[in-house]
Design a protein around this ligand. Structure first.
Ligand code: SF4
Length: 246
């Protein structure tokens, strides 16, 4: 039996991407090795001793439990959540792909499953894509994240996401440090795979550790650049943060 490290389970409205506003249960997996500069993920994989569950759902009251959790225990917790969609998010859930392989087949077909991922673990995606409905992938621009480029990993991931035949879209977080060069590289990556993939430009939100916004004119300039090459580009800020939701 494979166990997972998670951070929290709660019900809210989807706050990002084309499904913004849809009632969703979030299962947030702990840990991510990318380390984007705005990220406030608090626990590295395997180090979070506790997770919290909103009890009852939509109450904003939480009960703490001890990590790790089995697929059966997770499903017992989820039995109280009735939203039409489950967001498998993080952290980076694909870093716990062995658990997802065991767990997802037990819930697939009951609720819609949306995977939110940084889009660098192509093999792990392939191992579970049969049991998800929607793939929400980030393209991590090095000038935004302050980390190493992930172009090749993103390219392999996009290929596997397209091969899966599942609903698929890409989010790109832009900050005041985002460069035109990186936006152009992302455009090249997307258009060489399939220029019709929906792309959401997401102005960075302030977090506990990051408080540099991006100007509207910068966002507009990036959007216009993307629009010159890609037909399905939109700009959407994180709605849950704007609306003060969980
Ligand atoms: S990919 Fe997501 S979870 Fe990982 S460090 Fe970046 S923002 Fe945080």
């Amino acid at each position: 039996m494979v166990l997972a490290n998670i951070t929290e389970i709660f019900s809210s409205l989807q706050g990002e991407g084309p499904h913004t506003g849809e009632a969703t249960t979030f299962v947030r997996f702990a840990g991510c090795s990318l380390g984007c500069r705005w990220c406030d993920t608090e626990t590295k994989l395997g180090t979070g001793s506790h997770f919290r569950v909103e009890t009852p759902p939509r109450s904003r009251e939480f009960v703490n439990y001890t990590n790790q959790i089995s697929a059966d225990e997770l499903n017992k917790q989820l039995a109280f959540f009735t939203d039409p969609t489950i967001s498998v998010t993080g952290g980076e859930p694909l870093e716990q792909a062995p658990f997802l392989k065991e767990w997802l087949p037990t819930i697939y077909g009951k609720q819609k499953i949306l995977l939110e991922t940084s889009g660098v673990l192509a093999g792990e995606l392939e191992s579970i894509s049969r049991h998800i409905d929607i793939i929400s992938m980030d393209i991590k621009l090095p000038s935004s994240t302050g980390r190493e480029p992930c172009w090749q990993k993103h390219s392999a991931f996009i290929a596997n996401a397209l091969k899966s035949g599942k609903e698929f879209y890409i989010k790109i977080v832009v900050t005041e440090d985002t460069s035109n060069k990186d936006i152009q590289e992302a455009i090249k990556l997307i258009s060489s795979a399939n220029k019709f993939i929906p792309v959401v430009l997401q102005p960075v939100s302030e977090t506990k550790t990051f408080c540099h916004g991006i100007s509207k004119s910068q966002v507009e300039s990036f959007a216009r650049l993307c629009n010159s090459w890609l037909p399905n580009v939109s700009v959407m800020p994180q709605a849950h943060k704007e609306a003060g939701l969980l």
